[in-house]
Design a protein. Structure first.
Length: 419
């Protein structure tokens, strides 16, 4: 039962005229300052093999940048492509290349074949574990690719549901996965789920898993959780070309000014190279070289991530503390306690997420729109709110988390009043 004093507390909070933004998972200024050294001039723009990074060329990336990402991804450099500033852009282009040209080994099967109604992807579908990352879903929506929700369980996507869907429907060409510290639930994929995904029998011979390893190094606890390599599992399962892995330094160095990578089988790397060479004469090798010189090696990157953790952990602790003191024991209310990544998934009783977000906004607290973690922005239960504690200061986060908890309690009490 909610104490009616929450309404008064909430009214008092509104009086404070707050202006807090917890809508996007952006690194805070103190986190960006950790990599200030990157801004220094490159004294020598020659790569290890003599390549002049100031000039054109190298669509697969500088060898040392590929080697660095290879060491972070536990893969040989030859299977890694380093390109551009955004892994999301690489995911977008992967899908667009597949729509335009078909995937590796299936050149005569463009994913766009048979599409109608003006949307290039309307004849195909993607599986979307939910809750998931809104920008993945935006790519599909923009291209007209039908999205099918798959429940995300504690160990990853529900394999039974996935197996049944892909076995029968050849129009299902792809699946989104954020295998570690998923956005927004913090889910860590279990070993049997990784194996199961690699072994899936799919009606579509050109099925691809877009494995977005955005939070691979982004631990919030002492324990560095490991998820087995999907690429290795796919190779063992006889489906070597099924997996395409993505990562970036957006939340290691600078968000939007880091470097991004794609990793895949040799056939997929060759496929990517053939299409990306049409799009560009080469990536920004100056930024790649700067990153290699600054980040050095895996041990150094892990040290940097420890420093990010030191800044982020107290913010996540503040959310946990506020939520547990305000919301513990409330029926239908729960929230994730992530071991890494950038988000907390607050689960409200069904039908109250939108109302809670609207109430929080009235108190000057901006949250990601309710429903954003679902395809088409539609949470069938209207129950998930994504909390992004990274950007505001610790004091602001504490206040904002308290405000969100109060807003949820007010939403619950409104419902009780209407019964
Ligand atoms: N994938 C996930 C799961 C993310 O949460 C984000 C950033 N919020 C991105 C990708 C974006 O990565 P990038 O900056 O490399 O495009």
């Amino acid at each position: 039962m909610i104490d009616q004093s929450v309404v008064a507390d909430f009214a008092a909070l509104k009086q404070r005229g707050l202006k807090l933004d917890m809508s996007r998972g952006k690194p805070a200024p103190e986190q960006l300052a950790l990599s200030a050294g990157l801004l220094g001039a490159l004294e020598d723009a020659r790569a290890a093999d003599g390549t002049d990074a100031r000039n054109y060329g190298g669509v697969l990336g500088l060898p040392e940048a590929r080697a660095l990402f290879g060491s972070l991804l536990d893969l040989p450099a030859s299977q890694v492509v380093v390109d551009g500033n955004s892994s999301l852009a690489l995911m977008h282009d992967t899908i667009v290349f597949a729509l335009l040209y078909g995937v590796a080994g299936h050149p005569n099967a463009r994913w766009s074949a048979g599409s109608s109604g003006g949307a290039v992807g309307s004849s195909i579908a993607f599986l979307c574990p939910v809750p998931g990352y809104d920008r993945h879903f935006s790519i599909c929506e923009a291209l007209g690719i039908r999205m099918i929700n798959v429940p995300l369980t504690a160990g990853g996507p529900d394999l039974e549901v996935v197996s049944r869907l892909v076995a029968d429907d050849p129009s299902i060409k792809g699946m989104w996965c954020v295998p570690k510290y998923s956005n927004p639930s913090g889910t860590i994929y279990a070993e049997d789920v990784v194996r199961g995904l690699a072994e899936l029998r799919t009606a579509a011979p050109d099925f691809r898993i877009l494995w977005d390893d955005a939070y691979r190094m982004h631990h919030l606890t002492e324990r560095k959780h490991e998820v087995p390599s999907l690429l290795d599992a796919c190779t063992r399962a006889g489906n070597p070309d099924r997996a395409i892995v993505f990562a970036s330094t957006s939340k290691i160095t600078f968000a939007g000014a880091g470097v991004a990578a794609l990793a895949a089988s040799p056939a997929n790397v060759a496929w990517w190279q053939s299409h990306v060479s049409v799009r560009t004469i080469g990536a920004d090798k100056i930024n790649q070289l700067r990153h290699v010189r600054y980040l050095r090696d895996r041990a150094h990157v892990e040290g940097l991530m420890d420093r990010h953790r030191a800044l982020l952990k107290p913010k996540f602790d503040a959310v946990e503390q506020e939520f547990s003191s305000q919301l513990s024991g409330l029926s239908g209310v729960s929230w994730s306690r992530p071991h890494g990544g950038y988000f907390v998934d607050l689960v409200t009783p069904p039908g109250l997420a939108k109302r809670t977000v609207a109430l929080a906004q009235e108190a000057g607290i901006t949250l990601t729109p309710a429903g954003a973690a679902f395809p088409y922005g539609k949470d069938p239960d209207d129950a998930h709110i994504r909390i992004a504690p990274s950007f505001p200061s610790l004091d602001e986060i504490t206040l904002a988390a308290r405000g969100v908890a109060l807003a949820l309690k007010v939403a619950i009490s409104e419902r009780v009043a209407h019964v």
